[in-house]
Design a protein around this ligand. Structure first.
Ligand code: F6R
Length: 590
């Protein structure tokens, strides 16, 4: 979704802003813009464009280097995709310039109450921030105008602000949307994502909610929302280097799928040597129920995790879709423990659940790939997935890392060394299968000739099918449904006709015969079925057969061919695999 970069340093504003915006491209966006200081005129100039940062680069090639500037990539929420709606946005009188991530919920009220008679140029909710600043600054200092504006804003925001009347100052503020301040060689860098920081960054500070800062001639003053100064504590920066690069791979998604066996092995090795926080283990044991909250692929990992955790802890584990939980919190047991599962750690739908969780005064565990993220900082316990940056919008390695993490936690609780070894067996089967991933291509070519497809299975296979269907639809745009095979005759069979593609997953012994019956039923109606199974449950006509593994962990292996099916389906359609249309990597608005 939207991304922010800022620079205040010697003379690299243009270079850094464009490089930083390029590094933010993976998050998904539809337009981009920068404001940069023109030293001759002592004023900021802005350039905005619809489409890629590459276009912005061309359109800013005439601009000279500068010591101060800010940039933005926009993913449209309020108002269509247009140059006018792209950031930066100006106040009605042109004085303040703002880039903004997040959504101001009360912008209509603010307009009505404070900006009567002022013409609105664009459809976004950001312009109101710049205009409020300008209106208040008519009567008070800029610092007081910022305080007053921040006081009025409801919703989420990461903001950078420039002032045409004082072009040697940059302000930033944050509530709910991430903003990071960093230094290197005496220069300041600001970004909404660690991945946008330059590789030579020395130290960084992840801003807390309700804080803001002023950089004046490179000197930092930091404040709490109401104006008292505070110290920002900075930590050492570790460059993610090649981990965030595509290398020889055609797509990040392919690279990330191929990394999975190594990630599983790293997690096993790490937790074998470091164990888990015993306070977390005690909290899990003492809780009367576990309430997992997640979205999308992470929700699917939570559904699998529920099976593992229930068997281990012998207590109810409920899995909630975050956007549902936030506004319709269900009845929860007396002493719950909440678990956020989130690759990015920034998903707004999960952040929106936090106020309710706080009222329960219950422990919170966050399982995430980004330990510096907002959801990590809200939690009492954090489990770091150690999967390395996931750049492709379609989540693959985070899903298998999330399930592995939960499995390892269960293994730790029950002292089950065999379970860790089972993960290592799966990692080698994955590696073997992935080595020859091209073999999926002809299967896809033959099977996925329609604009719709189905995945079916039972138990854990059904849950894998849900994830498989999401992956296929999001990157190939083939309408795909994952359903519990037992539900076939309760509705879905009505959609089965000649050549309907159905992929059946068979990893569960107790239901494999029943799912086989369902395959016969769809084939009898002309469907093309492709079966992925394990050896002891297989039939000679199955397209993909894995050696048997611990059935509790079967989703870890079964999901891999489904990821590749999605990848090759998108590849064969010539689609933008890493950046599918309309999707964003980190969903930072509700
Ligand atoms: C699908 C996908 C999304 C995310 C979802 C939650 O491939 O990536 O469904 O899983 O947006 O994101 P996180 O895990 O960052 O909270």
């Amino acid at each position: 979704m939207c991304g922010i970069v800022g620079y205040f340093g010697s003379d690299k504003a243009r270079q850094y802003l464009l490089e930083g915006l390029e590094r933010l491209e993976y998050r998904g966006y539809d337009s981009a813009g920068i404001s940069i200081l023109d030293h001759e005129k002592n004023r900021f100039v802005s350039v905005k464009t619809v489409g890629r940062v590459e276009t912005l680069k061309k359109r800013t090639s005439h601009l000279k280097e500068a010591m101060l500037g800010m940039g933005h990539t926009r993913w449209a929420t309020h108002g269509g995709v247009s140059e006018t709606n792209a950031h930066p946005h100006y106040a009605y009188n042109g004085r303040f310039i703002v880039v903004h991530n997040g959504v101001i919920d009360n912008y209509k009220t603010l307009k009505a109450d404070h900006l009567k008679g002022i013409d609105v140029v664009n459809d976004t909710n950001t312009e109101v921030i710049a205009s409020l600043l300008a209106r208040f600054a008519e009567k008070m200092t800029v610092e007081d105008a910022i305080k007053q504006t921040l006081d009025l804003l409801e919703g989420s925001f990461a903001l950078l602000i420039l002032d045409q009347d004082h072009p040697s100052v940059l302000y930033g503020a944050k509530n709910k949307s991430p903003l990071i301040l960093a230094t290197s060689n005496g220069d300041w860098y600001i970004a909404s994502d660690l991945l946008a920081l330059p590789s030579n960054t020395e130290r960084f500070h992840v801003m807390s909610d309700h804080t803001w800062f002023k950089l004046e001639n490179k000197t930092l003053t930091s404040y709490q929302a109401h104006g008292a100064t505070i110290d920002f504590d900075f930590e050492a920066f570790k460059d993610l280097g090649p981990l965030a690069e595509r290398g020889e791979h055609a797509h990040f998604m392919l690279k990330e799928m191929l990394e999975q066996p190594q990630i599983l092995e790293t997690l096993v090795a790490h937790h074998q040597s470091h164990g888990f926080d015993e306070a977390l283990v005690t909290a899990l044991k003492e809780a009367s129920s576990l309430e997992i909250i997640a979205a999308g692929t992470s929700w699917h990992a939570g559904l699998v995790g529920k099976h593992l955790l229930e068997k281990t802890l012998m207590k109810p584990v409920n899995v909630h879709i975050a956007s549902e939980f936030a506004y319709h919190p269900p009845f929860v047991s007396e002493h719950p423990l909440f678990i956020f599962i989130s690759q990015s750690g920034e998903t707004a739908d999960l952040i929106a659940c936090h106020p309710y969780i706080k009222t329960k005064e219950a422990p919170l565990l966050t399982i995430t790939n980004v330990p510096t993220s907002s959801l990590s900082r809200m939690a009492d316990y954090v489990l770091d997935l150690k999967a390395g940056p996931e750049i492709a919008v379609a989540s693959t390695k985070a899903y298998t890392a999330q399930i592995t993490m939960i499995a390892l936690l269960c293994a730790h609780i029950t002292h089950d060394q065999a379970l860790s070894n089972d993960i290592l067996t799966i990692a080698s089967s994955m590696r073997e299968f992935l080595q020859d991933h091209i073999k999926i291509q002809p299967l896809v070519k033959e099977l996925l000739t329609n604009h719709h497809a189905f995945y079916m299975g039972r138990g854990l296979d059904y849950l894998t099918g849900l994830e498989a269907a999401l992956k296929l639809k999001e990157i190939s745009y083939i309408q795909t449904e994952g359903f519990a095979a037992g539900e076939l005759k309760h509705g879905t069979i009505a959609l089965i006709e000649e050549d309907t593609p159905i992929i059946a997953l068979i990893g569960e012994a107790s239901t494999s015969a029943l799912t086989r019956n369902n395959i016969h039923e769809v084939e009898a109606r002309g469907a093309k079925a492709l079966v992925i199974s394990f050896k002891s449950l297989s039939e000679p006509t199955d397209a993909i057969i894995f050696e048997d593994v611990n059935p509790m962990l079967s989703p870890l292996l079964l999901v891999v061919p489904t990821q590749l099916i999605a990848y090759y389906a998108a590849l064969m359609r010539g689609l933008d695999i890493d950046k599918p249309r309309n999707l964003a990597k980190s969903v930072t608005v509700e």
